[in-house]
Design a protein around this ligand. Structure first.
Ligand code: MLT
Ligand code: MN
Ligand code: ZN
Length: 299
């Protein structure tokens, strides 16, 4: 199994266009600190890739990775489709940028599909441009990543009922946010991708404990960070992101897991954006890593 990390930032990216915080200013001064919105490409077969989430950076993300470039036919693309972990805008806005496609396959849970179709009106808007097809991610059964049915299998592990703000009035469902368990039957290896973690349910823990590689929501370093930095009146947990550090934090959980563990979806307030921050040493002491936008994982 081959995974390419396409981005590791939370909504807004790093730098965020309207933000002069130390993280964003640092990234303007040091382009090596820039991060695109969190996303992953998973190889489904020879010259076939699925993107996990479609971010506002999707065009640049495809250009940055030669494996995702079109060819040899003039309009032949290796991007076979998009799998969604949730319906958040930072994970879905890129779908509209794919309107030049001959067809666009989207794999998502029922509530995520409803949000994107009924509230964001993707189908209505894109129908004059391309053919959108949906495949359901059902949390009770394994599906093939590739529409051809071969190769990597996916299980959607329910994480939380956190709805996007634009869908606040939508019905509750345990599959608003899922983690993706990606299993390669040929190598027997498994990766778990969980970029939005508002809770750590048992099913997520079991999947994480079995995985060879775990990539997890690292939006905020600590629970008070959004309040301390003035971006919100709510704590990280109240914003739907378990922090990395502290008693509610994910670091102490990840440190007990046997697989390789990395953080993604970093917010621009996160001290980890500075490569010299002491927080990196704390993570290293626990055997944990921060993913970057060029990371390639072969399992
Ligand atoms: C989140 O990760 O909580 C959302 O993407 C926040 C947002 O709406 O930008
Ligand atoms: Mn987000
Ligand atoms: Zn900022």
């Amino acid at each position: 199994m081959l995974l390419r990390v396409l981005g590791t930032a939370a909504g807004g990216g790093i730098p965020q266009w309207n933000c002069a915080c130390p993280g964003c200013s640092g990234a303007r001064a040091h382009p090596g600190r820039r991060r695109r919105h969190a996303s992953l490409a998973v190889r489904a077969g020879e010259g076939r890739w699925y993107l996990v989430n479609a971010t506002p950076d999707i065009g640049d993300q495809i250009e940055a990775h030669p494996d995702l470039h079109p060819g040899p036919g003039a309009r032949q693309t290796p991007v076979a489709g998009v799998v969604l972990t949730d319906a958040e805008l930072d994970h879905t806005l890129g779908l509209w940028r794919l309107r030049e496609a001959d067809r666009l396959e989207i794999v998502a849970t029922a509530p995520v599909r409803e949000a994107v179709e009924d509230r964001l009106r993707l189908g209505e808007v894109l129908t004059p441009y391309t053919t959108v097809t949906w495949r359901e991610l059902d949390t009770r059964r394994t599906v093939a990543l590739d529409s051809s049915g071969s190769g990597v299998r996916i299980d959607a592990v329910p994480v939380s009922g956190k709805r996007p703000r634009y869908a606040a009035g939508a019905p509750g469902h345990d599959a608003w946010v899922v983690a993706l368990r990606l299993h390669d039957p040929d190598t027997g290896r498994t990766a778990l991708y969980a970029p939005a973690v508002a809770a750590w349910p048992d099913a997520l823990h079991r999947a994480a404990a079995e995985a060879d590689c775990v990539i997890v929501d690292g939006t905020f370093w600590d629970d008070e960070e959004p309040r301390r930095t003035g971006i919100s009146s709510r704590t990280a947990t109240a914003m739907g992101h378990l922090p990395i550090d502290g008693p509610q934090g994910t670091a102490r959980i990840l440190a007990t897991l046997p697989g390789r563990c990395l953080y993604t979806h970093l917010n621009n307030t996160n001290p980890l954006l500075d490569p010299a921050a002491p927080e990196h040493k704390e993570l290293a002491r626990l055997g944990l890593e921060v993913a970057d936008d060029t990371l390639v994982i072969e399992l």
